[in-house]
Design a protein around this ligand. Structure first.
Ligand SMILES: [Zn+2]
Length: 126
């Protein structure tokens, strides 16, 4: 599953950053995902929670920031939102998209570290 490999890669990157920060837990992770990255948000959410289990990310919240796909015409430099499925024909002239400006993003924007693991917090509250 595409989303599972993405989730695992994200968890691995955050784990490495956590080691560098000496962080013991993660509260939230913000991801930037392009419209054309081929990610189903619900599936990613589900895979993320599975991939987080037994890691420093256990209990972390995933926020996905969607980036609309935009292209630029090779002939006249018009920019347009390609949508999904992508429309790569220029709306102004017979040209086609020479360049995809946005839409393929798949990166971690932001990680919020927590003071204590989510499980420890739950123990204290309950
Ligand atoms: Zn054009």
């Amino acid at each position: 599953m595409h989303e599972m490999s993405i989730a695992v890669a994200v968890v691995e990157q955050v784990e490495q950053a956590a080691r560098e920060h000496g962080a013991v837990a993660v509260e939230a992770v913000r991801l930037q995902v392009g419209e054309l990255a081929g990610v189903v948000p619900d599936a990613l959410d589900f895979c993320f929670s599975l991939a987080c289990a037994d890691t420093v990310l256990a209990g972390a919240e995933l926020t996905v920031e969607a980036v609309p796909a935009r292209a630029r015409c090779a002939a006249c430099a018009t920019e347009w939102a390609v949508g999904m499925p992508p429309d790569l024909c220029c709306p102004r002239c017979p040209g086609v998209a020479g360049e995809l400006l946005t839409g393929r993003e798949l990166q971690i924007l932001d990680v919020r570290w927590a003071e204590e693991p989510a499980l420890a917090r739950a123990d204290q509250e309950g």
